[in-house]
Design a binder for this molecule. Structure first.
Ligand code: GLU
Length: 419
């Protein structure tokens, strides 16, 4: 159950920083909500021949630093408020890691698991027809988000190019490799999170073998993060997806869990399978239990508002890496801070995805192929540098790490507006 409204939460977070920066009311007015919201119907002919109307959104928050940029999610819980909030977060995220982009976000209210492939394609193409006048390589560049993937981006860019009357690969990112997709884009968000993990290790002298992790969410972001964390030698003791998860004190190998999920259909069914986990200790857990586990690092990598004022007092991790967008409510963050728990905010921790999108956008425009190694090196560089900047600011100003990240990001956007 999501009780908090993500939009109000995001506004609260912004206003706190606006107060510190002593922002003028006109600037606050401009930044507290998106510059534009596009809301439209998507009529789709279903396989049974009937027309069904879906609802699509695109929120364009701010473009002072460059074209709007952000994903499109397909989810039954998508709402106007959700995309508005997520578009605001994208502005801060792009600013924090110094990308020449503003913030946007889109979504369709739909449960994609209930659709056939053809229906999914029709919705994807219908989405593009609905937003066509307001997007483009120099205007607003969508990408994948929850439940959207390279295949969907391929349909979308194809529809866009048809409407435009010219091949426009730079209009979308997160595309398949054959249509100017970027090698490494799919794992980029998870990889970026692992760069942050490495930074925490450095700053706090963590020994990976003895550092335990619980990861909530096993989609693109959670599973790739888990793979990289495992490769770095960290001990993952719990993993979950929307229907539940597993816990194994001896540690889990995410590759094996992935294999097992393919076979069983659910992570929760994997707790006693061969070498996936230590059968003596492995057991099923719920998502709520995962969040409250006694681990060193907690990684919410699923959806927003999972750490609330209700469960924040029960969180036992020392560090939280926000791989999902907005997993901690503003009230919960206050509690965590008082308890000395450090959270690395989403706008830094999951910025690897949009940073890789930037490289993809460049290569799509310049028709130049990037090697995966180059992408991963650049990602390490960008995220590592952003982490260090935030760290220094938090030390200098004697403020919390998360607050320093928002101060830096919002400060940059405001400076550009004033300039
Ligand atoms: N959906 C991702 C995010 O929330 C990526 C956005 C993009 O690549 O534009 O950051």
């Amino acid at each position: 159950m999501r009780q908090e409204n993500l939009f109000t939460e995001t506004q609260k977070q912004f206003k706190e920083i606006a107060d510190i920066l002593n922002l003028e009311p006109e600037i606050i007015r401009q930044l507290e909500e998106p510059q534009r919201l596009i809301k439209f119907q998507i009529p789709v002919k279903m396989d049974n021949g009937k027309i069904k109307i879906f609802y699509g959104f695109r929120a364009q928050h701010n473009n002072v630093l460059g074209p709007y940029k952000g994903g499109i999610r397909f989810h039954p819980k998508v709402s106007e408020d959700e995309v508005k909030a997520l578009s605001i977060m994208m502005t801060w995220k792009c600013a924090l890691v110094n990308l020449p982009f503003g913030g946007g976000k889109g979504g369709v209210i739909v449960e994609p698991k209930e659709l056939s492939e053809k229906e999914l394609e029709r919705i994807s193409r219908g989405y593009v027809r609905g937003v066509f006048p307001w997007i483009g390589p120099e205007v607003d560049i969508p990408a994948p988000d929850i439940n959207t993937n390279p295949k969907i981006m391929a349909w979308m860019v194809d529809e866009y190019s048809k409407l435009k009357g010219e091949d426009s690969p730079a209009a979308f990112t997160g595309k398949p490799l054959e249509v100017w997709g970027l090698e490494g884009r799919e794992e980029a968000t998870g990889y970026g999170g692992a760069v942050i993990l490495e930074k925490l290790k450095e700053k706090f002298n963590l020994n990976p073998k003895e550092t335990t992790l619980a990861i909530q969410g096993f989609g693109n972001v959670g599973s790739n993060f888990a793979r990289f964390a495992f490769q770095k030698g960290f001990k993952i003791i719990a993993l979950s997806e929307d229907v539940g998860g597993i816990y194994a004190e001896a540690g889990l190998n995410p590759e094996k869990v992935l294999e097992c999920r393919e076979e069983k259909g659910e992570i929760a069914g994997c707790y006693c399978v061969g070498s996936v986990c230590d059968t003596n200790f492995g057991k099923q857990i719920s998502n709520e239990q995962l969040l409250e586990m006694d681990v060193d690092i907690l990684v919410p990598a699923a959806v927003e508002n999972v750490i609330t004022e209700e469960n924040a007092p029960k969180i036992r991790a020392k560090y939280i890496i926000e791989m999902a967008n907005g997993p901690i409510t503003a009230g919960a963050e206050k509690i965590l801070e008082k308890r000395g728990i450090l959270s690395v905010p989403d706008i830094l921790a999951n910025a690897g995805g949009v940073a890789a999108s930037y490289f993809e956008w460049l290569q799509s425009k310049q028709k130049e192929k990037w090697q995966k190694e180059r992408t991963l090196n650049e990602l390490s560089e960008i995220l590592g540098k952003a982490f260090d900047e935030v760290w220094e600011l938090s030390q200098k100003e004697e403020i919390k790490f998360k607050q320093a990240a928002y101060l830096s990001a919002i400060g940059r956007v405001v400076k550009a507006m004033k300039d």
